[in-house]
Design a binder for this molecule. Structure first.
Ligand SMILES: [Zn+2]
Ligand SMILES: [Zn+2]
Length: 890
């Protein structure tokens, strides 16, 4: 290991991320830096990682999560806090089963052919391989999580937590079994919670169907979007206030197709203005009708098999697929003259969020959590400030959802997940709920019992994640020390699925909040602002991306401009900016390292002898430190990153190092060397940047450290070095004012050179009037000369000396004026000739255009867009001509 880690004497010319990343990750891992020590005297910083689904590989959303969490984790670790970032993986019941079923289909198999046990084994094997890949990918992203505590939702610990939580809620009466309308996915063959249903606006039809009265002549017409559900109707309902139907109340109608008699009932839920005012009631297949049936005591007729084919209650349509049945029944109704009319109708239809098949509302016996009492506690925890949601606007969203919460259907008819810990007795018919495997019926003692075949909603186990990963239900040292956790960082899209349920279950199980702060990040979009998806083909694979640009560049791109709750664009230009930044730092560090080697200066800073630019860069460094710390504390990681970047690139590399080069070049005997300050600022900035770009900073820091005196050698790695703290005493407004003026002078001369296209080799002449700063700026004449390529340079004593000559250009700056000799920039005669030629050309074109725009024939024949274009052209040309005429006046 030490062999490999030895830092080369000569730093390579360019930064090669691929050569250093694995080396440093392995080093950190072996040193055990990711594992916190439990220290009761210190308050820990804890993040539980949102466990990625074991369904696949990491996508950019995971990379964003990992980057933000690693920034926080590394930052707190460097501040000396015992820091735990606990990684994990979610078994993702339905999602994983769907993926493996698709794999089976490719082999010409399906789970029913394969059988439950073999299917489960296939899923298990596949999940295990994914779990390893997910961990490796996190490591490539630089994630400094404690792998010794990695958890999988199906591990024994978290599984026992699931059974315990179920047992306790059941005994409190908060988990119950009941027949309700649930969302049924016919493809996945399972119930879904309301959150797992995606509603899409569909252009469908509204069918008006006539039901004949049973005893009298006459009929009643109802409207429906799903005519096949007629087969499951058990009543027709009208509003009791509706005069149109008063006479029909209590009478019976005959259901078409199956000829069943059903009553006409009055119910206040009926909307007088919908359809004809009379509605069919299908209690087994509609949540509103289910409630009407409960009120009116109507029977339930389920017409669907679990695969959405029609069951034996569908009479002649038994066995047909639901949509084939719809066609058949419409055709029959039409034949019998019962289909009155068909209208186009746009309405919202629920789809399975996993397989996109249209879900069916079905009355079904399932397990539910009575969430209202849990929600009350979860509302209180946010209202009284124990939990803070960032950004603040999501607090309202959270509270609104909690206040309108509905019972949570937690049973799933899947084969992959936590089995429901309920056993049914074949002898007494009672049920037994236990934490450990039941051997006999609790009530009659019979061993003739059978476990509920269903599994729990995956989110049930995720809801326990903050405490189940730390050992709950056992009273472990970890749970006592690390719980409540500090920050829950995740995407705003799973606020209800996950965050809200963790708050409810954390409070219920432990009596304490699961986390103090919820940080919600946005979605990642592509260059055009579109959501990334496989269908659009705009997905960026994080591993391919980091191989191309380097991990630090990817992390840089992901944290650029990131702010809580807002979506983020991940663009090639940002990735390139990240790579360029790493290279810029590499070059700057290489310069510092070589300066140390070739100058052999004492690296102690002589604080009372500092040059103005030294005081300036130290002042800027400390302002940056204090601002970055404030921003990080405020979760503004994007803005903190921007300020670090601006300081390092815009002030340290572009100006301090450039001025230092001039100083080193002309340094005389006994003059103060800039090297100690260069080293100090670079070393401090690397630590400041480390949480964002861990690999390049470690490599550079180690390279630098090798060249520093022995007292620097005690700290083994930048990741366990102290996070820099601002020193207010170093803030020095006067030196900032002076150096900013120097920079402004150089900057403005450079801009002028560019504007007049002065060759880079050419020296130009300038006079500078710097007012009361003259004495302070004069020492920088060498720097100005070198960096702006000005020679000679003259300092003027008074403003009056600034000549009003025609052949000079005066740049008026914030604190100074710069007078540039035109002759020194351009050959005046040649320039005048060039401009004259250009003026003549433009004038000729203007005349031509003006003539055309006066030509009646053109104006009447040409399309308006062409005329418009010509007018625009004339406008631009006239403008250009005006500018040329100004320019030639030198
Ligand atoms: Zn589905
Ligand atoms: Zn029994």
């Amino acid at each position: 290991m030490t062999e490999e880690l030895s830092v080369q004497y000569e730093m390579p010319k360019a930064y090669e991320p691929g050569k250093v990343e694995a080396k440093w990750y392995q080093f950190w891992l072996e040193k055990g830096y990711f594992k916190p020590e439990i220290d009761p005297g210190k308050k820990p910083f804890v993040i539980i990682m949102p466990p990625p689904n074991v369904t696949g590989e990491l996508h950019v959303g995971h990379a964003l999560t990992a980057t933000l969490e690693d920034i926080m984790t590394r930052w707190h670790r460097m501040k000396g806090e015992p820091t735990l970032w606990l990684p994990g993986v979610d078994h993702a019941g339905i999602a994983t089963q769907v993926v493996v079923e698709q794999m089976l289909a490719k082999e010409g198999l399906d789970r029913h052919k394969l059988g439950k046990e073999k299917t489960q084994e296939r899923i298990r094997q596949w999940a295990e391989s994914r779990r390893k890949i997910i961990a490796q990918q996190h490591q490539r992203l630089g994630a400094s999580c404690d792998w010794s505590r990695e958890r999988f939702t199906l591990d024994e610990g978290p599984s026992r937590a699931v059974r315990t939580a179920f047992f306790r809620l059941y005994n409190k009466g908060l988990i119950y079994q009941g027949e309700r309308i649930i969302n049924w996915c016919p493809r996945c063959a399972t119930a879904l919670s309301d959150l797992e249903v995606e509603h899409k606006e569909i252009q469908g039809h509204l069918y008006y169907v006539r039901y004949h009265l049973a005893e009298d002549d006459g009929f009643i017409t109802v409207a429906t979007t799903r005519p096949e559900t007629i087969l499951g109707d058990t009543a027709v309902a009208v509003n009791p206030e509706d005069e149109r139907f008063k006479a029909m109340l209590g009478k019976k109608v005959i259901l078409p197709a199956v000829n069943r008699e059903i009553p006409i009932v009055a119910d206040e839920a009926v909307d007088l203005s919908f359809g004809t005012g009379a509605v069919k009631i299908t209690p087994a297949h509609d949540p509103v009708d289910f409630e009407v049936a409960q009120r009116q005591g109507l029977p339930l007729v389920n017409i669907l098999n679990l695969d959405a084919t029609m069951n034996e209650n569908a009479g002649p349509y038994t066995g047909l697929d639901r949509f084939t049945c719809r066609e058949a029944i419409l055709s029959d109704l039409d034949k019998d003259g019962l289909l009155v009319k068909v209208e186009p109708y746009s309405h919202s239809i629920g789809h399975c969020c996993r397989c996109q098949v249209i879900i069916e509302p079905v009355a079904s016996k399932q397990w539910f959590i009575n969430t209202q009492p849990l929600a009350q506690a979860a509302i209180k925890a946010v209202l009284d400030g124990r939990i803070t949601i960032i950004p603040e606007r999501f607090t309202k969203v959270y509270l609104n959802w909690m206040e309108n919460i509905r019972d949570w259907c937690i049973s799933r008819q899947l084969w992959w997940g936590h089995r429901i810990p309920v056993w049914y007795c074949h002898d007494c018919g009672d049920l037994t709920v236990t934490i450990e495997e039941a051997k006999s019926c609790r009530h009659c003692g019979s061993a003739n019992i059978e476990q509920d075949p269903d599994v729990l909603d995956t989110w049930f186990s995720s809801a326990l994640w903050t405490h189940s990963t730390l050992g709950w239900p056992d009273d472990t040292e970890e749970l006592g020390y690390f719980y409540p956790t500090t920050v829950m960082e995740t995407g705003y899209d799973i606020l209800f699925f996950w965050v809200a349920r963790m708050v409810m279950m954390g409070l219920e199980d432990t009596g304490n909040i699961p986390f103090r702060t919820v940080y919600l990040h946005g979605l990642i979009r592509d260059e055009k602002g579109e959501k990334m998806s496989k269908i659009r083909g705009n997905v960026l694979n994080p591993i391919e991306t980091l191989e191309k640009y380097g991990t630090d560049a990817l992390r840089f791109a992901l944290s650029t401009g990131t702010s809580p709750g807002n979506d983020l664009k991940l663009t090639t230009s940002r990735l390139e900016a990240g790579r360029n930044f790493a290279n810029k730092l590499w070059n700057a560090s290489r310069f510092v390292v070589r300066s140390i080697e070739s100058n052999r200066t004492d690296l102690k800073i002589q604080w009372d002898l500092l040059a103005v630019e030294d005081r300036w860069i130290l002042s800027r460094l400390n302002s940056t430190l204090s601002s970055v710390t404030r921003l990080m504390e405020d979760f503004q990681f994007g803005e903190a990153q921007r300020q670090i970047y601006e300081f390092l690139w815009g002030e340290f590399c572009d100006w301090y190092i450039e001025i230092a080069k001039v100083r080193l070049h002309s340094i005389g005997e006994g003059a103060l060397s800039p090297i100690p300050v260069l080293v100090y600022v670079l070393e401090t900035s690397l630590r400041l940047l480390h949480p964002y770009m861990p690999f390049v900073t470690e490599e550079l820091w180690q390279n630098l450290k090798k060249r520093l005196p022995s007292d620097w050698q005690q700290v083994e790695s930048i990741m366990v070095a102290n996070y820099p703290e601002a020193d207010k005493a170093a803030i020095d407004p006067q030196s900032e004012r002076i150096i900013e003026s120097v920079i402004e002078i150089i900057h403005s001369i450079r801009n002028t050179r560019a504007q007049y296209k002065v060759e880079s080799k050419r020296w130009i002449e300038a006079k500078i009037y710097a007012g009361e700063l003259t004495l302070d700026i004069t020492p920088y004449s060498q720097a100005i000369q070198t960096l702006a390529r000005v020679r000679p340079i003259t300092f003027l004593d008074s403003k009056r000396e600034v000549p009003a000559s025609e052949n000079a250009l005066v740049l008026v700056l914030k604190e100074s004026e710069v007078v540039i000799s035109m002759e020194s920039m351009v050959n005046l005669e040649a320039e005048r000739r060039r401009l004259q030629k250009e003026i003549e050309q433009s004038q000729a074109e203007v005349v031509q255009l003006e003539a055309r725009l006066k030509d009646e024939a053109f104006l009447t024949k040409a399309p308006a867009s062409v005329i418009d274009k010509e007018r625009q052209k004339l406008y631009t040309l006239t403008d250009k001509l005006e500018r040329l005429k100004q320019q030639i006046k030198f």
